[in-house]
Every structure is written in C-alpha cells, then in structure tokens.
Design a protein around this ligand. Structure first.
Ligand code: ADP
Ligand code: ASP
Ligand code: MG
Length: 403
C-alpha cells in the first residue's frame, strides 16, 4: 500500500516525540508499504512565530508571514528525515515547493491549484521515505505560501489524492473524532465512522481536529481518511461516504467556535444592490462571512448582522469604514465576545424537533440565543462567549451523546 501519514504539532512536539514518529513511520515502511509523511511544526511553534512578527508590527505583510510561518514545518521535516536516516532508512525531506504543491497567491490562506507529484513519485520509486513539510506551497510566481491554520491536514489529503494513496492517516493528540471536543466534555464518545458531510460541518463550525478544507478535498477526491492518535495503537475514526455508514445517528456531534465575531450594521441604505455591494467587497478582500441576518429597520433603512472569523475582523472593519464614510451605512459595530455552538447530524434530514430541542436546552440554562442558522444537517446558534462550555455540555447531554 501507499500510505500518507500526517503528524500534527503535539505528535512532533519535542525530540523524543519526533523519534516516536520516526519509529512509527519505520514500522509502516518495514511492513512493506510505501510511506509519505507530512509533518506540522512543533506544537506552539507557529503561534510563537506569529507573536515574533507581532512584536514588530500589528499588520505585517502577509507574504512575509508566509516566509516566516513556513519555516516551522521545515524544521520538523528535516529532523524527521535525519532521525529516519540514522535508523538506516533512506529518507528525504521536501518543502512544499519541491513536493510540487502549487497554490494561488492569497498569502496566509492560499488554495492549492495543482500538485505536480513527479519528484515525490521518483523518490518513492527509489524506495525512499518522503517527508513533506506541511502547511505550505508555492505560488505560480514563486513565492512561498501557507494554507491557513491547521493547513498540514490539507497538505496530507492533497498529497494522498495526487499520489492516489490507499490511505491517509491523520495522527493527532486525541484518538479520533469524538461527539464533541473531549477537552470540553470528558464524557464525549469516540466515533468509529463519520460521513464526509458531517465532518465537514463539524470542522467548518470549529472542531479543529481536522481543517475544514482538508475534509472538503477528501470528499471530492474520495480519499480514505482516518484520524487516530500517535501515542498508542488504538484504532481511530474513519471519515467516509454516508452510504458506508449503516447506523445514522440523529445528532453525531457538537462543535464550538470561539473564534467568531459579530458585525452589526445599523441603518443600511435600503436600495437594490446594497447587499451585493457590501458582500462582494468582503469576498474580494477574502473575508469569510457566515450567518447573515437582515431585517427592515426604520425610515427605509435595514439592519444587517453577520459573523466573521476573528482573524478576518480587521479586514472586515476596513471594508465597513468605507461604507460608513460613503453614508451607505449609518453605523457598524463589532462584538468579539460571542461564540457559535452547533449540532450536526445527517439524521436531521428525516427527523423533526431537533432544532426545537437545541433551543429549549438553551432556554433551560437561561442562555440567550443571538443568531440562528440551519442547514439540512446542522443547527448553529450564536451565544455569549461566557456560556460556551455550558452550552456544549448541556447539548451533549440533551441529545444523549454520552450514552
Ligand atoms: P494537530 O496539532 O495534531 O493538528 P489539533 O490541535 O489541530 O491537532 O486538533 C486536535 C484537537 O482538536 C484535539 O486536541 C481536541 O481538543 C480538538 N477537537 C475539537 N473537536 C473535536 C472532536 N469532535 N473530536 C476530537 N477532537 C476535537
Ligand atoms: N503549523 C500550522 C498551524 O499551527 C499548520 C498545522 O499545524 O497544520 O496552524
Ligand atoms: Mg490541526
């Protein structure tokens, strides 16, 4: 088999752990498989590099951030290759560029445009273990780019797709996908399987165990994706097509996203095209928008509320300042002390009362719901950040996910 193994920050968090990863990779190779390894930076490293940049500037150039942040993954890739060589294995580390990962030029959240895997393939054919620095690529004009936080998951899935690997294993610090973040609710249960769509919702709604774009790509390319722990031999969770899952739970999991901010626009000029103007501007500035609510205010003016990731808030403010200056909007205000709690499950498609239960659970805890959005397989609520954990635990109990 050709297996892609991705090791996250905690798994390569110190030198002993890198040795542990080397042993694990060696075992897979020894069993007769070809192995391509994708590594993250050592845990905390990317955040440390971000804080170094912030020491000098509140708004550093994004291209420079990519030069800086991509270095963390190079450290672990080369160290792992050195460790493997010392154990007698033929191993070679590669940057994103050498691995052939070509992206657009949206620095710090670049999208992969294509992968030219020939250099990796050649090395594999020579019997080498290929170790790729995750999270990074190169733009058409030759600049280093990074794939957004948590982006090594995307590197792994994209490489697995390009190499037509038999399996893509994501090794992390928990033993699989749980009904909710086990750090918030210790009673959370590990799932044996979860569908791509449910995983995509959970990941997009804050469950950082997999980066959402990696799940989207795994679904598109039909990659066999498994999440498991690097600290034991315990079986993990298979992320697969819905039809491969016999038992369809009503609710599969609960996600929490604290990295959201609410933008409230008061007195938006009520004319055809205004929503289009505002949201096209956001899109052009790569600001991610969610949960849009518009209601008619007074004097022919509307109010619009929506959420953005905290990381996009500065860009959102810049866009809004312009609309306020141009008198298209009376006032824009921002609230970072919110969070989004969501319940996800394919079973919702065919059952009623799932959303009602979420709302009554919040009511029982006296938690006010600020915004609601639903889709076929999810219900999301924006609430005050101070109730985040309480909300997750009460919902987990209400849907009997601990049973
Ligand atoms: P890595 O550094 O290996 O990429 P991450 O920190 O990005 O790991 O993701 C793993 C973390 O995701 C876990 O430690 C856990 O706290 C969190 N998490 C959130 N939701 C879930 C969930 N539903 N199941 C498992 N882990 C989750
Ligand atoms: N090191 C990067 C981050 O912390 C990418 C990753 O770990 O997946 O976001
Ligand atoms: Mg991660």
């Amino acid at each position: 088999m050709l297996i892609v193994q991705k090791f996250g920050g905690t798994s390569v968090g110190d030198l002993d752990r890198i040795q542990n990863v080397a042993n694990r990779v060696a075992k897979t190779k020894k069993a007769g498989n070809d192995v391509v390894v994708v590594v993250s930076a050592m845990s905390g490293e990317t955040n440390k590099l971000v804080s170094y940049a912030e020491h000098f500037s509140k708004n550093p150039a994004r291209a420079e951030m990519d030069m800086l942040l991509s270095s963390g993954e190079r450290v672990t890739a080369s160290l792992l290759a050195i460790a493997l060589s010392e154990m007698g294995y033929d191993a070679v580390s590669m940057t994103g560029r050498k691995a052939g990962i070509v992206t657009d030029n949206i620095h710090t959240k670049a999208r992969i445009e294509e992968i030219n895997p020939s250099v990796m393939q050649e090395a594999i054919q020579e019997g080498k273990i290929v170790v790729v620095a995750g999270f990074q690529g190169v733009s058409q004009d030759g600049n280093v780019t990074t794939l957004g936080r948590g982006g090594s998951d995307l590197s792994a899935v994209a490489i697995a797709g390009a190499l037509k690997a038999d399996l893509c294993e994501i090794y992390t610090d928990v033993s699989g996908i749980f009904t909710t973040d086990p750090r918030i609710e210790p009673k959370a249960k590990k799932l044996d399987k979860i569908s791509y769509d449910e995983m995509l919702e959970l990941a997009s709604l804050g469950a950082k165990v997999l980066q959402n774009r990696s799940v989207e790509l795994a679904k598109k390319l039909n990659v066999n994706l498994v999440t498991r722990t690097s600290f034991s031999e315990e079986e993990g969770t298979l992320i697969t097509k819905e039809e491969n899952i016999m038992e369809k739970p009503l609710v599969s999991g609960i996600a929490l996203d604290k990295n959201q901010a609410r933008v409230s626009l008061v007195g938006v000029k009520d004319r055809p095209g205004i929503a289009s103007d505002i949201f096209t501007k956001f899109s052009n500035n790569n600001v991610n928008i969610d949960m849009i609510i518009q209601n008619v205010g007074h004097d022919g003016k509307a109010n619009i509320d929506f959420t953005v990731p905290v990381g996009d808030l500065n860009d959102a403010k810049k866009v809004m300042d312009k609309f306020v200056n141009d008198a298209e909007v009376d006032e824009a205000s921002y609230d970072e002390n919110i969070c989004k709690v969501s319940i996800v499950g394919v079973g919702m498609k065919s059952h009623t009362g799932v959303a009602a239960k979420a709302f009554s659970t919040m009511a029982k805890e006296n938690i006010n719901i600020n915004m609601i959005s639903t889709s076929e397989i999810k219900v999301s609520m924006v609430i005050d950040e101070k109730y985040a954990e309480l909300a997750v635990r009460s919902l987990h109990a209400a849907y009997e996910l601990d049973k």
